[in-house]
Design a protein around this ligand. Structure first.
Ligand SMILES: Cc1ncc(COP(=O)(O)O)c(C=O)c1O
Length: 426
């Protein structure tokens, strides 16, 4: 007999479109080795970086058996490994002059868990009777697909469509529509503002001006600004434009070791006020006791010495910049000038965000057609969540694809050629 679930269970165990899609991606990869994988968010295999993590493991095994024993045998405190917290606080303070101590840093099981905790600590039904439910405001969608199902409360997100700046024949850039943001702040009880910077899926990097305006709005409304820095500075620094990293006591910055090539260690890092850090540590204790400590132990000496910053700037960033430039060139060759297409300016992260104005089918249908030809991408509509119903028929949300360019060049070339071919058939 099927047992009925709690509201929490119903919401989080639901068979969402995105779960289906991620299953689809995962299954296709395991059962179809010929599939051209341009859909996932895995970091690329960068030989120099892979060798670095291997040599750190060897070094620990050969020279620090006591450290290995402690790492495997002991639970860390829920907030994270104290030496690692101290090293992160000191590294960021030195790099940016932020006034941080270890009390401003917490570890979570990946950035994904950090955001799940934060959205649900801040948003949802208020603890005090009579107060309305708090929303998480996304000032610019498309935004990271991984947030879409994270709210335990119903309709946790409220989102604003962007202003689209078209640049030349084939480029465009999204900007925050501050009129829409201010209207949303008036219309809803907003508990926090959240942006990913660089943005997954678009590779957009909100300008310093946009970030400082959002920061002022957040402070004026007495709510935090969450900046998801999974691809940002100082590590992994997959940024192709100059930006100023932002943090103050009202900002919650989430970071991760994943895009440094360590997603398997599940290490998220949150930099926030001491109060927020204490709340996150409580949640870790309740839900998981402690976090995985292997990633923290592997990168600790690099954070202490600052080598993590030079690795990011001189190895990881140029690697992805080159991949991004090559992918843009291959896209130009594959799509040519006979079909309308535009790509978001490439300012960071691992993706091309392709817009086909006037696309003759939904991006979901295009995804299915491409999958039949062994090309896996992610349909754009999944990234447009939290918009009000009036936007359901907005054509733009059905006209985009996210294409990952971190795979080898021949895979990207063939994949883009097939995309061009399929668009011509349409
Ligand atoms: C924007 C963004 N935030 C957060 C995450 C979560 O990453 P992790 O949980 O591996 O740190 C990802 C993963 O792809 C991402 O793209």
């Amino acid at each position: 007999m099927d047992r009925s679930l709690s509201a929490f269970g119903e919401k989080l165990c639901a068979h969402s479109g995105i779960l289906e899609l991620m299953d689809d991606l995962g299954n296709a990869m395991t059962t179809h080795p010929q599939m051209r994988m341009m859909g996932g968010g895995n970091p690329a295999a960068i030989p120099e970086v892979q060798e670095l993590w291997r040599s750190r493991l060897r070094d620990l095994l050969d020279n620090a058996p006591d450290t290995i024993d402690r790492m495997l045998l002991n639970y860390d405190p829920p907030q994270g490994n104290p030496e690692f917290l101290e090293a992160v606080a000191s590294c960021l303070s030195k790099a940016y002059g932020w006034k941080l101590s270890a009390r401003n840093v917490a570890i979570t099981s990946g950035g994904q868990t950090a955001l799940f905790f934060l959205f649900n600590i801040l948003g949802g039904p208020a603890a005090q009777a009579g107060q309305s439910q708090g929303k998480i405001l996304l000032p610019l969608v498309p935004e990271y697909i991984g947030y879409a199902n994270q709210g335990i409360a119903h309709e946790m997100f409220v989102a604003c469509p962007p202003v689209i700046e078209e640049i030349g024949d084939h480029d465009f850039k999204y900007h925050v529509d501050f009129d829409a943001v201010e209207a949303a702040l008036k219309a809803h009880t907003v508990a926090a503002i959240c942006v990913s910077r660089p943005t997954n899926p678009t590779g957009n990097v909100l300008t310093d001006g946009e970030i400082s305006r959002l920061s002022v709005l957040a402070a004026d409304h007495g709510i935090p600004l969450i900046i998801d820095n999974a691809y940002g500075a100082p590590f992994p620094n997959v940024l192709f434009v100059e930006t100023t990293p932002h943090w103050d006591d009202n900002t919650i910055l989430t970071m991760s070791l994943s895009k440094l090539g360590l997603p398997g260690t599940r290490t998220g890092i949150v930099v926030a006020s001491e109060q927020t850090i204490r709340q996150l540590a409580s949640l870790t204790a309740v839900t998981g006791l402690a976090n995985n400590n292997i990633g923290q132990r592997l990168v600790l000496p690099l954070v202490r010495s600052g080598e993590i910053l030079s690795l990011s700037t001189s190895v990881i960033q140029p690697f992805y910049r080159e991949k991004s430039d090559t992918a843009r060139q291959l896209l130009e060759e594959a799509l040519g000038n006979d079909i309308p297409w535009k790509v978001h300016v490439r300012e960071g992260a691992f993706f091309l965000w392709l817009w086909i104005p006037g696309l003759k089918c939904s991006s979901r249908e295009l995804y299915e057609r491409l999958k039949k030809r062994d090309v896996l991408v992610v349909p754009g509509e999944y990234f447009f969540f939290g918009l009000d119903k009036g936007r359901d028929t907005w054509p733009h949300r059905h006209e985009c694809l996210r294409i990952t360019f971190s795979q080898p060049e021949n895979v990207v070339r063939e994949g883009l050629q097939i995309i061009g071919d399929e668009l011509r058939r349409l």
